[in-house]
Ligand binder design. Structure first.
Ligand code: GUN
Length: 257
């Protein structure tokens, strides 16, 4: 309408197969919604300086509104320094400290893609959060921590579990809404789930046969809960739709629209 096409730059370093799939899906989504996408596929040998230089170039590129550096980066690269180098206005992942801080305060421009996609799913199915026991398994900066914060913003009573949590099964069994973001195949078993709970599976794992699966033992949990998200096809597409929303918002902010 304003003659402006939102633009997303996706940076991938090295050849992690899962990252390759995610990046391809992000590029495809741009095509579907009519955004411009640029892929920067760098070799695993890329230095910190080279990566920072690319981020700086993208920060200054007026046709690029969003910059996404796919994580994880190869070991020798400092992901924190790379994220902090992204202009917060172009940080469509909402990983930069400025954006993380704004989320904590509840005054944000961008929400992190996966937690925001989960909230949107809960809203779409009219699943109430206010006053509910919400248990998040996992405390990553990408999913666990921001997920807990978004549930808290909607007045959930939130517990974050992690590898040192004692009595994990008992804690999970109290959950009305259980979010699994552990990164371990079929980690959440039926005995950890309350009858009628809402189970959200953020995992992208491989089972013993190399088949894609989630953090939840779907087959055994599905009959016990009121809602459950499948892997693939549950949370993943929601993550990507939030990324598109964030890219559009970044474009509007940068063009004062
Ligand atoms: N790696 C796993 N999930 C994500 C994500 O949402 N964004 C980026 N940049 N990397 C990821």
């Amino acid at each position: 309408m304003h003659g402006i096409t939102p633009g997303l730059a996706v940076v991938i370093v090295g050849d992690d197969p899962a990252s390759r799939v995610y990046v391809n899906n992000k590029k495809k989504a741009c095509e579907v919604v009519g955004f411009k996408s640029e892929e920067y596929a760098l070799p695993a040998s890329t230095t910190q300086e080279e990566l920072l230089e690319l981020v700086n170039t993208l920060n200054n590129k007026s046709d690029i509104n969003g910059i996404l550096v796919q994580l994880p980066l190869p070991e020798h690269l400092d992901d924190k320094a790379v994220i902090e180098a992204i202009n917060p206005q172009k940080d469509v992942d909402a990983f930069h400290a400025v954006n993380v801080g704004k989320i904590m305060l509840g005054e944000y421009d961008f929400l992190p893609c996966t937690p925001s996609g989960v909230m949107e799913m809960l809203h779409a199915y009219d699943i109430p959060v206010s006053g509910k026991n919400c248990v998040v398994i996992g405390r990553s900066n990408i999913v666990g921590k921001p997920m807990a914060m978004l549930l808290l913003h909607e007045n959930g009573t939130v517990t974050i579990c992690h590898s040192r949590t004692q009595n994990l099964t008992e804690v999970c069994k109290e959950a009305d809404i259980l979010v699994a973001a552990v990164g371990k195949p079929k980690f959440v078993t039926a005995d950890m789930v309350k009858e009628g709970a809402v189970v959200i599976d953020v995992g992208m794992d491989r089972d013993e046969n190399g088949k894609l699966c989630g953090d939840v033992d779907f087959e055994n949990v599905k009959d016990k809960c009121s809602y459950i998200t499948p892997v693939p096809g549950g949370v993943g597409p929601m993550t990507i739709s939030t990324l598109m929303k964030n890219t559009l918002k970044a474009c509007k902010i940068q063009n004062n629209l």
